[in-house]
Design a protein around this ligand. Structure first.
Ligand code: ADP
Ligand code: MG
Length: 467
């Protein structure tokens, strides 16, 4: 670096310093090195792609101002991004990228430097969703261990015994959210660390591309230089031997050098069929934590949080209704909320129980083949020529009691709801009433031929509806 460049950059820093907090200055500008000056274009070196992204997003105006002062209106800025932090200087690979003031007509980040741009784009193609943070991740019994292990890892990546951290759970239970929350927090607290979130599917596809284009070396060196690897849905690589081989290699290297690995899967390691034993045994080195279906309380808290985020009020009875009814997974719960808010806005209506039921009905028809409890109640009430309301009412009239018991019986048969939830839908009865109803119906089927015949009839037409 020539003296001229150093002085130039120091002058720029003086200007910048006056406009930002000492903390920001220290974090974002001290690690930057000026490397070359070409005409009026200064190239600065930044330690990671994230750094580049952050500077461009937050300080490009300020940088331009400072440069203009030193070099005039034509000043330009280019970044040299270190992507390969090898042990010796010569191992460093850098990618040059234009600063925003020269980048206005370009089509984004694709297409810089034929070889390195691929590597570089891995990073940018995998941005983290800023809403997937810990603040928005409601804590409950269903996720307590995974959540707190995730927090610990995010605070001290690579330095806890949770390495790898293996998080598993069914679909829509918050794996991707949690793993990205870890990534977001690390990027915030450790801006110089290179963090990559990648789905296993993408990992596999990148690898196949690399194989095809003779770039396996480049592929692995990119991964080997990460500080934190967040690999989502690792069950995807089951049965893919070559992908597992390269992942095994990457895993070992990262783990040995104290880099953090977090993986998610839809099932625990022991149930991952088609995964090499050597990988499975490594997955168990750290901590395995599961995400379960949230209970009623957590579902209520999640609904509350989401509605707060949207700035929408939700009456307590609606909240309770939804929390009781949508007990499959959090993604579906969100789907219902989104459509509820949509309906309310579109029709300029307040959110109330009726609207909630409508929204739910739509979603249920869209995403499930299952028969909803409301539909069941209506169908069975019609069949027995009573009203659906009477099934939920307190009345003990014989014909209604039978219709109610039959409806409970089919609710158990045709929906995924628990006994408790079914009871809730029948006028807030408890689960023992539902068990009693099911037993009574079974007894009647055994002893009353005509009743058994009716049950077969109902079942046949419900099956048509459910398929
Ligand atoms: P998975 O990856 O396990 O299929 P996601 O992480 O995509 O599930 O979660 C589905 C949706 O549910 C996301 O929109 C996510 O924000 C939300 N979600 C999951 N868990 C929670 C939680 N504990 N608190 C708030 N929202 C959650
Ligand atoms: Mg996911």
């Amino acid at each position: 670096m020539t003296k001229e460049i150093r002085v130039l950059w120091e002058n720029c820093l003086e200007t910048i310093k006056q406009s930002i907090s000492p903390q920001s200055f220290k974090t974002w500008f001290q690690p930057v090195r000026p490397v070359s000056l070409n005409g009026a274009t200064l190239t600065i070196e930044v330690p990671s792609p994230y750094f580049y992204e952050y500077l461009e997003e937050n300080f490009s105006g300020l940088l331009k101002e400072a440069l203009d002062r030193e070099l005039g209106q034509d000043s330009g800025l280019e970044y040299s991004v270190v992507v390969d932090k090898g042990t010796s200087e010569s191992d460093q690979a850098t990618i040059n990228l234009p600063g925003s003031q020269k980048n206005q007509n370009s089509t984004g980040l694709l297409g810089f430097g034929p070889m390195d741009s691929n590597t570089f784009n891995f990073y940018f193609d995998n941005p983290l969703n800023p809403n997937y943070n810990f603040k928005n991740y409601v804590e409950g019994d269903c996720n307590r261990l995974a959540r707190s292990a995730g927090l610990a890892v995010a605070e001290r990546p690579g330095s806890t015994s949770f390495n790898p951290l293996f998080i598993y759970g069914g679909v829509g239970l918050g794996k991707t959210h949690l793993v990205q929350a870890i990534g977001n927090l690390i990027r915030k607290n450790h801006p110089t660390k290179s963090v990559l979130y990648v789905s296993s599917e993408k990992f596999t596809n990148q690898f196949i591309d690399a194989l095809r284009n003779n770039k396996v070396q480049e592929f692995s060196s990119y991964y080997l230089n990460l500080d934190v690897l967040l690999l989502d849905d690792v069950q995807f690589i089951a049965g893919k031997e070559k992908t597992q081989d390269i992942f095994f290699h990457i895993f070992n290297q990262l783990h040995q050098t104290g880099k953090q690995i977090v993986m998610t899967s839809d099932c625990p390691p022991k149930s991952l069929k088609g995964l090499q034993e050597r990988l499975l045994s490594r997955f168990k080195w750290g901590l395995t934590a599961d995400l379960r279906n949230p209970g009623f309380e957590t579902r209520s808290a999640i609904i509350k949080r989401k509605m707060e985020q949207e700035g929408t009020n939700i009456p307590n009875n609606v909240l309770e209704y939804l929390a009781y009814t949508v007990d499959t997974n959090i993604r579906e719960l969100e789907g219902v909320l989104v459509s509820l808010i949509g309906e309310a806005t579109l029709n300029r209506k307040e959110i109330d129980l009726e609207l909630a039921k409508e929204a739910l009905q739509k979603i249920v028809q869209d995403i499930e083949t299952e028969v909803g409890i409301d539909y069941l109640q209506k169908y069975i009430a019609d069949y027995f020529k009573v009203t659906p309301e009477s099934l939920r009412a307190k009345t003990r009239k014989k014909e209604i009691v039978i219709a109610r018991q039959v409806a409970m019986f089919f609710a158990k048969e045709y929906t995924n709801h628990s006994l408790k939830v079914i009871g809730y839908h029948f006028g807030g009865r408890d689960h023992s009433t539902v068990i009693h109803a099911i037993n009574s119906v079974n007894d009647m089927i055994d002893t009353d031929k005509r009743f058994a015949e009716s049950m077969r009839e109902i079942e046949a037409s419900l099956k048509v509806k459910a398929s």
